[in-house]
Design a protein around this ligand. Structure first.
Ligand SMILES: [Zn+2]
Length: 82
């Protein structure tokens, strides 16, 4: 039941966000979230588990919470900067 409820809330949030963006005449763009927490937002190197929820880039040493890494990557992919 919890799984059903969480999916319903996500869809509700998604439809409300789409409505607001269209009302503001902004485009809605979806990006594939696959590997968004495993790629460094700075150098595109691969991120490895470090401590708890932290991940560390094997290339540049960036250490950050994996959720924040995913959000930064999704934002950049949505803008098209990578
Ligand atoms: Zn890096």
């Amino acid at each position: 039941m919890n799984r059903k409820l969480s999916k319903w809330k996500a869809r509700t949030f998604q439809s409300m966000l789409e409505y607001k963006l269209k009302w503001l005449e902004l485009d809605v763009k979806y990006v594939n979230p696959r590997s968004s927490s495993k790629i460094s937002p700075l150098c595109s190197g691969s991120m490895a588990s470090y401590e708890g929820r932290l991940t560390k880039c094997e290339k540049c040493g960036l250490t950050m919470d994996r959720d924040i890494v995913a959000v930064l990557n999704l934002q950049m992919w949505g803008i098209g900067s990578l």
